[in-house]
Design a protein around this ligand. Structure first.
Ligand code: MRU
Length: 351
């Protein structure tokens, strides 16, 4: 099993995802500033993995704080939180994990040394829980997917695998569970322009486990559906609004539209921590915009003439009406059932 974020030898080891599939490198992170940089530069990426990494980043920052009283410690920890929050705006797991770490600090009434100890324990709990959560998502996905006479061919977009979580994966966790049950024929992986998480990371993970995988360019997905090559689409999520609208890697929305046009079920697999119940719908989800070099440059090669403008949103929002079900660790739910089973207060535009 692959673990992209590991606490060992008093620091965090991250698999450097910017170097895969050509090089398997592990970087060691000792300080919160380095963790913030690792998240921003996508050494670690994928919503749940970012959450786990940020939780450890909070502890790394906390252990350097010299304040001796609770109030000063919290003030200094808030600055660490601020830095980590500023790394990537869309994946809500980042903010969720940081809030949970802050809550641990607020609620520990003992000495500063005890707060630090509790922060490490909370980060480790977030890590361990995410792994269990992904395995539960895999099991529920198995039950939610269509029963076909032939083995399933599943299309996925981006990488929502072990690399994007504490391990096992969400969308790719479902794929793993289907594979282990002997019900999978193969995965179709969209290459996922511009950063190619599908071609580089999903394909690499599948190869590690012997799962048959076919990489296609993003523009081929609808054609493959029309040819009857795809039984179901399963993708991950970076943030799900209370009404089920789902932000995920740019291109997901086009896949959902194509799936609807071809009557193919479209599933989102994500932990409950990816649901942002404070947002009534997807229009309020902040969308990260990244550097245009991701579009115009591959290595040292320029792909476009000079004098061109670029727009590089890293995520899009798939409206809930295109989503067959959202598979969480608690089961598979339609968008309408989300609030029924996870009742939380929701901020509407006028509240
Ligand atoms: O920009 P990335 O690579 O962090 O985007 C990742 C995705 O969009 C994933 O699909 C999502 O975070 C779910 S990961 C389980």
């Amino acid at each position: 099993m692959l673990y992209p974020v590991i606490w060992q030898n008093d620091c965090v080891s991250l698999i450097d995802q910017t170097r895969l599939p050509n090089e398997y490198t592990v970087v060691q992170i000792h300080r919160s500033e380095d963790m913030a940089r690792a998240i921003k530069t996508m050494i670690v990426r994928g919503a749940p993995a970012i959450g786990v990494a940020a939780a450890y980043g909070m502890y790394l920052g906390a252990r350097e704080i010299e304040a001796q009283n609770h109030h000063e410690f919290i003030e200094a920890l808030e600055k660490v939180a601020e830095l980590l929050r500023s790394t990537r705006p869309t994946a809500v797991n980042l903010f969720w994990a940081i809030s949970r770490m802050m809550r641990t600090a607020y609620e520990t009434l003992g000495s500063v040394a005890e707060i630090k100890q509790n922060l490490l324990q909370t980060a480790q709990a977030i890590n361990a829980e995410d792994l269990q959560t992904c395995q539960a998502i895999g099991d529920h996905g198995l039950a939610a997917l269509p029963n076909t006479p032939e083995k399933l061919r599943i299309l996925t977009h981006c990488n929502a695998g072990a690399l994007a979580t504490a391990g096992y994966g969400t969308a790719l966790g479902v794929v793993r569970s289907v594979w282990r049950e002997g019900r999978l024929e193969r995965v179709f992986a969209d290459e996922t322009r511009p950063r190619l998480q599908g071609a580089k990371l999903t394909a690499w993970e599948c190869v590690q486990e012997g799962i048959p995988v076919t990489v296609i360019t993003d523009s081929m997905a609808a054609h493959c559906m029309k040819q009857g090559l795809i039984h179901a689409v399963v993708v991950g999520a970076d943030r799900i609004a209370a009404n089920g609208d789902t932000a995920n890697k740019i291109g997901t929305y086009s896949v959902a539209i194509a799936a609807k046009a071809h009557n193919i079920p479209f599933f989102v697999a994500a932990p409950v921590s990816t649901i942002d119940f404070s947002l009534a719908d997807g229009s309020q989800i902040p969308i990260e915009e990244r550097h245009p070099a991701e579009i115009y440059q591959v290595g040292d090669t320029m792909l476009t003439p000079s004098g061109v403008d670029f727009y590089n949103p890293a995520f899009d929002v798939t409206p809930s009406e295109l989503i067959t079900a959202i598979i969480t660790e608690n089961g598979a739910f339609t968008a309408g059932e989300l609030l029924k089973y996870h009742p939380q207060p929701v901020n509407t535009a006028d509240s």
